[in-house]
Design a protein around this ligand. Structure first.
Ligand SMILES: [Zn+2]
Length: 131
């Protein structure tokens, strides 16, 4: 059974509890790595500078505590293999749906891989509450 590296666990611990619950369920069936959780100001500006984010501090969901966004990638990492990212998102979403039905989580998620324009495959973000 796959399990998280210590680096992944530390990053996961900075994320919203619902993201943690889905990720801990997903790692039991699919090997992936946590690239990023919470981003402090310097990390956010660095992400902007290298084109990994379009948002300046503190406007990214990665800048909230706990982080409302997480970046994950199939392990071992291969940025060219988009199908594995799609499979990972499909599995994440199916598990999230199941865990919502079981009332273990309440969040809904937005997937950066489905954004028009800049596709951000690793990015998963908690949707804002709509009232
Ligand atoms: Zn992200």
């Amino acid at each position: 059974m796959p399990k998280f590296s210590q680096q992944s666990q530390l990053k996961l611990a900075t994320c919203h509890p619902d993201l943690q619950i889905v990720c801990r369920a997903l790692i039991k069936q699919y090997d992936f790595t946590v690239l990023e959780g919470f981003r402090a100001q310097a990390a956010q500006e660095a992400a902007c500078a290298r084109g990994a984010s379009r948002l300046h501090w503190p406007h990214s969901a990665h800048n909230q505590q706990p982080s409302r966004a997480i970046d994950i990638a199939p392990y071992p990492l291969d940025w060219q293999d988009i199908r594995r990212f799609q499979e990972m998102i499909f599995r994440f979403d199916a598990l999230a749906e199941y865990l919502r039905l079981k009332r273990k989580i309440s969040s809904r998620f937005i997937y950066g891989g489905y954004w028009a324009g800049l596709r951000d495959w690793p990015h998963i973000e908690i949707q804002e509450e709509t009232k």
